[in-house]
Design a protein around this ligand. Structure first.
Ligand code: TIU
Length: 223
């Protein structure tokens, strides 16, 4: 039987591993390491690094359980044709998208900062989705990739909780997926925003989806 039960909030999450994908959002050097996009926006990026061992642990358990793995990367083509001026010109960052920083051009595909961190490097068979926006479905092939594999359950991890993770989970919810967010597998530059996001996603009877600690997920899929 491929259906397992994850102890989750607001209630147990029935997860069919035969139709499930783990979606790791934007665990890129640009968000997690100094000198990248996250830091140019004025954030302390070091607080995101604390989740890396947990994300690794869940990814390993998920691979052993035979689930589909998706990694997303936020970024833009070198000619910036897919970067709206409204995004590039927003605010007063120390460097803008496309400018040259210590890890190459900020948030540009192929640059060092755009890469997924070495601890989570994708392996053969993983799906890697390049996305120009916050949501993983907007202007990407993710929906088609999941449909081709008959996936209807999504488990989310990654950064940042209230920006790309929440946007992607809301996009997925509207598309009919049952979604779980791993509480300690996601992080924000703002702890209060992370907490508020967890609370709002699972409020109203799971209006957007479920949340659970990594250990609850690992115990459910590990047998
Ligand atoms: N700034 C911020 O919190 N996040 C982003 O810009 N992108 C993602 O969340 N990946």
């Amino acid at each position: 039987m491929s259906i397992v039960t994850v102890k989750a909030q607001p209630f147990d999450f029935a997860l069919d591993m035969a139709h499930a994908a783990l979606v790791i959002i934007d665990m890129q050097r640009d968000f997690v390491e100094p000198g990248g996009f996250g830091e140019t926006l004025g954030n302390d990026v070091t607080r995101l690094q604390a989740i890396v061992p947990t994300v690794q642990r869940v990814l390993e358990a998920w691979r052993q359980a035979g689930g589909v793995v998706v990694h997303t990367r936020e970024g833009h083509a070198p000619d910036l044709h897919d970067c709206p001026p409204a995004k590039r010109l927003r605010g007063q960052p120390s460097l803008r998208i496309g400018d040259v920083g210590p890890m190459g051009r900020i948030l540009i595909q192929g640059e060092a900062g755009h890469a997924i961190i070495p601890e989570l490097t994708p392996v053969a068979g993983d799906i890697v989705i390049d996305k120009p926006g916050k949501g993983a479905f907007y202007a990407t092939t993710l929906g088609a990739e999941l449909a081709a594999r008959q996936v209807s359950y999504l488990v989310f991890m990654g950064v940042t909780t209230e920006v790309c993770v929440q946007t992607s989970m809301r996009e997925a919810n509207d598309r009919g997926y049952d979604c779980l967010l791993v509480e300690d597998g996601t992080e924000s530059y703002f702890p209060e925003f992370k907490q508020a996001t967890l609370d709002m996603l699972r409020a109203q009877g799971g209006i957007v989806g479920w949340t659970a600690p990594a250990q609850a997920l690992i115990e459910a899929i590990g047998r």
